[in-house]
Design a protein around this ligand. Structure first.
Ligand SMILES: Cc1ncc(COP(=O)(O)O)c(C=O)c1O
Length: 391
């Protein structure tokens, strides 16, 4: 394939999905800015965003925040400390601010190893539980559900351990045909730049317990609400009206976006499955693996497991030079527990070598350009004979 054709296809690829609803966002933003109704506490857009999120998830309510990190910190701050030295199990692959939120709440993070779907299963979590474990956080990674969520939620409920879903990367992700974020005490989502609902920064917590929702609002900075008796002060974790005005059209457009992404995602999976270099493709085709099919993913990514970390590094390098959006968790990546400061690591062995994993973002691209994009990706994943020998 000639270089000019490659450049053309990438010129037309839309990676920043938020731009697709720019007109609707601008209409709302113009109103917010020109009427000067900026206050989040009484703001219409924040309230509407919270209602839409709760309705979409089937939760009682939601509280919009300045980021998912702030949401997690606020949530942990609002949970009563039951033990003197509480432990919180968190996944080995999530984001560096997750252990920080646990530490700031006065608890100790304990790391549960990730399997090849990038999440721990009950088998990885159960051995870590003891009398001091009061909370488990599970993250749905890379636009796919954590496949063992239901079992983990059930087992923890039996033991009286609080379960929190980290859905920062999981807008539009489903499990058993329902959106993720419905299990356990609460779920947090992010609206950071690279998410499917992207406002630069932002987050939201969804929950069912009205006392908890009240505490989150009060402690998070809604000064019109009385602080609960044992709350340790009031901070400011609020989402702004401007952020909510930008988020709303994207949330409303989420289904359409996913339907737009799916055909190219399917074709990429099909192509990658045929490559001898690729050990496993995620998500799988519908029906191939329970809870990991394309219909459960949000359509935005295709992940591959490659034979060696050198191979993955080479492919990542090529994609970077081409300008194809991708993620390779190489050395120092802040998603990996090995790179989190002052986090005690567990003795449990890692189940997967994350440096062999790589995922590629599915752009919004006219169907006529799909063949060119697929050829480009297919050749980027292949190693020539010289490279194969050294990889
Ligand atoms: C799994 C996960 N959890 C939490 C966060 C934190 O989100 P935020 O950037 O909104 O604070 C991220 C951010 O990307 C994430 O990927």
């Amino acid at each position: 394939m000639d270089t000019a054709a490659q450049t053309r296809v990438l010129d037309e690829a839309v990676y920043q999905y938020s731009t697709l609803t720019a007109a609707d966002q601008l209409e709302r933003l113009t109103k917010v800015v020109s009427f000067g109704v900026l206050g989040a506490i009484a703001g219409d857009h924040v309230r509407e965003f919270e209602q839409q999120v709760a309705g979409h998830l089937g939760r009682q309510g939601a509280v919009a925040t300045s980021s998912a990190s702030a949401a997690l910190e606020l949530l942990l701050r609002c949970l009563p400390q039951r033990e003197a030295a509480e432990r919180v199990v968190i996944p080995e692959v999530c984001w560096i601010s997750v252990p920080a939120a646990v530490l700031r709440s006065g608890r100790t993070p304990v790391i549960a190893p990730a399997t090849s779907d990038l999440t721990p299963h009950w088998e990885q979590i159960e051995p870590l539980l003891d009398a001091r474990t009061t909370v488990v956080i599970l993250a749905h990674m890379r636009g796919r559900p954590a496949p063992d969520t239901q079992r983990i939620a059930d087992e923890l409920a039996q033991r009286g351990i609080t379960f929190i879903e980290d859905c920062a990367q999981a807008w539009g992700v489903t499990l058993d045909k329902q959106p993720v974020g419905r299990h356990g005490l609460a779920a947090v989502f992010s609206t950071e730049t690279h998410k499917l609902v992207a406002t630069g920064e932002g987050g939201v917590i969804a929950a069912d317990d009205s006392q908890l929702l009240h505490a989150l609002r009060a402690v998070g900075g809604n000064t019109r609400i009385a602080l609960p008796e044992n709350a340790c002060g009031r901070g400011n974790d609020r989402m702004s009206e401007i952020t909510a005005a930008s988020a709303l059209p994207q949330l409303i457009h989420l289904d359409v976006l996913q339907q737009t992404l799916r055909p190219l995602q399917d074709k990429l999976i099909d192509r990658f499955q045929d490559l001898s270099e690729v050990r496993r493709v995620l998500p799988t085709m519908v029906g191939e693996s329970p809870n990991l099919g394309t219909d459960a993913s949000n359509g935005s990514l295709v992940g591959v497991w490659l034979p060696t970390s050198r191979h993955a590094n080479r492919v990542a390098d090529r994609l970077f030079r081409l300008g194809v959006r991708h993620w390779w968790p190489g050395p120092g990546d802040p998603h990996l527990a090995e790179n989190w400061p002052s986090t005690p690591t567990t003795t449990t062995r890692c189940v997967a070598d994350m440096a062999c994993y790589l995922d590629i973002q599915v752009p919004v691209l006219d169907e006529s350009q799909h063949p060119a994009f697929l050829d480009l990706l297919r050749s980027a994943l292949r190693l020539d004979d010289n490279e194969s020998e050294s990889a």
